[in-house]
Design a binder for this molecule. Sequence first.
Ligand SMILES: [Zn+2]
Length: 376
Amino acid sequence: MEKKYQICNRCVMDITDPDIQFDDNGICNHCRQYDELVKRYVFDGEQGKEKLKHIIDKIKKTGTGKEYDCIIGVSGGVDSTYVAYKVKEFGLRPLAVHLDNGWNSELAVKNIELFLKKLDIDLYTYVIDWEEFKDLQLSFLYASTPDSEIPSDHAINAILYQIAEVNKIKYIVFGCNIRTESHLPKAWSQGHLDWKYIKNIQKQYGHIPLQTFPHISYFTYQKYLITCKTVNILNYLDYSKKDAITILENELGWKYYGGKHYESIYTRFYQGYILPKKFGYDKRRTHLSSLICSGEITRSEALEELNNEPYPLELQEQDKEYVIKKLGITKDEFERIMNLPKKTYYDYPHDWMLHPSIQRLIFSSYNVISGRRINI
Ligand SMILES: [Zn+2]
């Protein structure tokens, strides 16, 4: 039986999240969770400043005598660029780490170069083996789950921790934050930390063994959680995406891409074309819902935005052609992929240790939701 359409009365999450639950007031589980997480992990005003000062002092103290006192991941996007801007303002000495997975937009490359130079931050770029990565991306497309973006997330996490270990840097400062990234349905993307899942998808659909792909097993990850500390600095600031964009544009000459994570052509195409067209998942819903809850936009503004195409049709077509060519498949093959029966994470072998119920026993709710261990 078809589910009756329902959309949250507070945000714009709807039944396209198969696991969504509404309470008697028509408020969704994501909104309820948002309130809980904000209470626990977001610190505004003076309280935030005080807590952050304490953290910054600890990072500085631990990094004394070392070339760098912390690591930051940079994608060129708003959140990570703002983190770079803030850590410098706080007098930290970061090493920026970037994963070049072959899909950076020209603007992203320019943005990264520009702001790192302006902020005088050293950069380590890990260039992924393209043939291996291309094969893995295709494997995920053939696996037909909505998780095609997780290999990049997995690789960047692995690299950040590995570099932290090699350089004996204790702190990794992340741009993950609750105000702008809280409404993420599990069904829309999962397995970010699940090497077993990634490995098995490649075994089943790939043609090249993953020999150099940066990865992290569950137990290595647990080890890193002991040796390395992560800080989500934006949760301690009165963070507003709009204000951050203005500051970055004015002070660093950084330019906005027009959408969250659109610094990567593949991500733009995946989130703006494949996910909505094949799976019915429109990632804008999660981003806009977070912004509604944080008070940055109104619900009617978000609904209006959702009436538009995820991004300009002409650019979608341009990206489609580019992606098909770069992945080395034909248009027909791409259409076949789009029409393959939809699968989920649970249709493939995965690490049971990462199952939400097990994780909930071990970690706090926020870690379970985001699939990442992110709070200090
Ligand atoms: Zn909601």
